[in-house]
Every structure is written in structure tokens, then in C-alpha cells.
Design a protein around this ligand. Sequence first.
Ligand code: ZN
Length: 116
Amino acid sequence: MSELLRAGAVMLSESCPICSLPLFKLKSGEVICPTHGRVQIVKSDEEILSITTTASLDELERVTVSAINKLRKELEDSDVSENDIDVVKELSAWLEILERIRRLKIIIRHSDKAQR
Ligand SMILES: [Zn+2]
């Protein structure tokens, strides 16, 4: 490990999936375990970030869609009343969120492709 550090490698917060020793990032950008050498699972900080961001957007999208469904049912079940205006406003806010989530996902997908 000290050899790696002397060579300018940086210790990462991620650990080896096999021996759970801390992983090191070499100057070349390669991620290695002191015992097992090159580790494929962790490719780059950017990729980890984009994977976790996508996962959290997926979760947010799921919550948003279920909120939209709930409001849609509310509209279906109610007689036309002044209450509906609030429901429609809320629905419109959720749809805006959904639109943003989907736009962000497209942006992430494109930037992933650009890195490869
Ligand atoms: Zn290892």
C-alpha cells in the first residue's frame, strides 16, 4: 500500500469487493486493489456518481408517478367542485417534476455516452 501511495496513487473510499481492502486510484486513472490488482467493478468516480444519480432519479420518478396516479383517481372520484382546482394545480406541479426527472435522465445518458 505504501508503495502505491509513493507512486502517487490515491486511496479511495470504496473497498475491494473480494478482500475489502481500500482501493487505490493510480495516476493513469486505473483502480486497483493492493492484493488483487485491477478491479473492474469500480470504473471511475464519474461513473459511480452517474449510477447513483440515475438510481435516485428512478426512485423519485416512481414516487412522482404514484402521486400523479393518486391525484388522477381523486379527480375521477370527485364531482366537479372548487376543490378540483387545487388538485389540478398539484397535478401540474408533479407533472413538471416528472418532466424534469426525464430530462435529467436523458442528459445523464448522453454524458455517459460522451465519456466512452
Ligand atoms: Zn482485493
